[in-house]
Design a protein around this ligand. Structure first.
Ligand code: PLP
Length: 375
């Protein structure tokens, strides 16, 4: 089988191996068979290993949906009656959590801060001191919209001092940079199969403190399909998803996890790192500027400022790159025009070198100056 290889520089879904693509082509199976349940049991255990979450205390629960389903589920399921959520918000993905709170009418505090910087821990502490009824502290590990890495270990310690649980959106960091459920003071984290694991879309998962999930049985029920306890309880009793799972994506994810453990996380983290270093270098060579200081970047996303060039046209640059097998992605900062280059997926430095050749051609074809012009 000969499948065209595209280099995806967008923040997920990511470029996959051919073996992961092919793992989806399997004999038809009813997912209610024991064989399939056995596979999901293995998958749930493997996910704990990826997050360094000890099985005595943590469990993983699978859902059919894109990553946003996890944000929805954690927030609507884990808030006790009469309590509040504190969202530590410095970007588009934490703003999405605020929107989930709004849609469910959950009492919440939107602790908003600059999208160009990490949140201020003193402000987090102050918000907790002033609001003894906060039971859930929520933030995003890697703000994919900008590329900022947030200080989750410190925020988690503050949450725990306050007696709150700490929920972190790790969708764009898990399996790509170091993360440790216990040392990072995290009670619930989440991701979907198409990002760090380099599998396919449609499978999402929450890794969380099992005792807290059991406690949530008696919390207000705000959703049926997206209730964490209901899905957890069904898995515990039957080993299956409550409703139809994304069968082929699960086969691909099993293969992706096999490849993940074979490569080893150290090697995989190092590869993502050298890819982003090659991206930084390529940008600098073209005189393109990044908007986030290097010392607070995740090492997975570079946010690039649009040049001040009358001929600059993101769509045209994008289309030229796309036609040549490279996908670049718009930014997610409402006040500043940026585009993003990401180091997710099964790509390496030769892909980045090839990409910058194409990007230079795109600039030349469109009469955009190199080095890039800024006033
Ligand atoms: C990709 C991503 C999600 C999920 O987005 P979907 O479009 O639902 O897949 C959630 N949080 C973060 C930080 C992400 O990068």
């Amino acid at each position: 089988m000969n499948i065209k290889r595209n280099v995806l520089l967008n923040p997920g879904p990511a470029t996959t191996t051919d073996t992961v693509k092919m793992a989806q082509v399997v004999p038809d199976i009813c997912p209610r068979e024991k064989e399939f349940a056995g596979m999901m049991k293995q998958l749930r255990a493997d996910l704990l290993r990826v997050a360094h979450a000890p099985a005595e205390k943590f469990t993983s629960v699978l859902f059919c949906g894109s990553g946003t389903i996890n944000i929805d589920i954690c927030l609507n399921s884990l808030l006790p009656e009469g309590k509040k959520v504190l969202v530590v918000n410095n970007g588009a993905y934490s703003s999405r959590a605020v929107e989930v709170c709004q849609y469910y009418g959950l009492p919440h505090i939107d602790l908003k801060s600059s999208v160009f910087d990490q949140p201020d821990l003193d402000q987090v502490k102050k918000a907790l001191d002033e609001n003894p009824d906060v039971a859930v502290v929520y933030t995003t590990h890697h703000e994919t919209g900008t590329g900022i890495l947030n200080p989750i270990r410190e925020i988690g310690a503050l949450a725990h001092q306050h007696g709150a649980i700490f929920v972190v959106d790790t969708t764009s960091s898990l399996g790509m940079i170091p993360f440790d459920m216990v040392q990072d003071n995290v009670d619930f984290c989440m991701a979907s199969a198409q990002k760090g694991l380099m599998a396919m879309t449609g499978l999402s998962f929450i890794i969380g403190n099992e005792a807290e999930i059991r406690k949530s049985k008696d919390y207000p029920k705000r959703s049926y399909y997206c209730n964490l306890y209901l899905q957890y309880d069904f898995f515990e009793r039957t080993g299956e998803m409550h409703f139809t799972p994304p069968v082929q994506t699960i086969y691909a994810t099993m293969q992706a996890l096999k490849e993940y453990f074979e490569a080893g996380e150290t090697e995989k983290f190092a590869r993502h790192h050298r890819v982003i270093e090659a991206i930084h270098q390529g940008l600098a060579d073209m005189g393109l500027r990044e908007v986030i200081r290097r010392d607070i970047q995740s090492g997975l996303v570079a946010s690039v400022l649009y040049p001040n060039d009358a001929n600059w046209d993101f769509e045209r640059v994008h289309d030229y790159c796309y036609e040549h097998g490279f996908t670049i992605y718009p930014g997610k900062i409402s006040t500043t025009n940026t585009f993003r280059l990401c180091s997710l997926g099964t790509i390496d430095t030769p892909d980045i070198e090839a990409f910058f050749k194409v990007l230079k051609e795109a600039f030349e074809k469109n009469g955009i100056q190199i080095p890039a012009k800024y006033d």
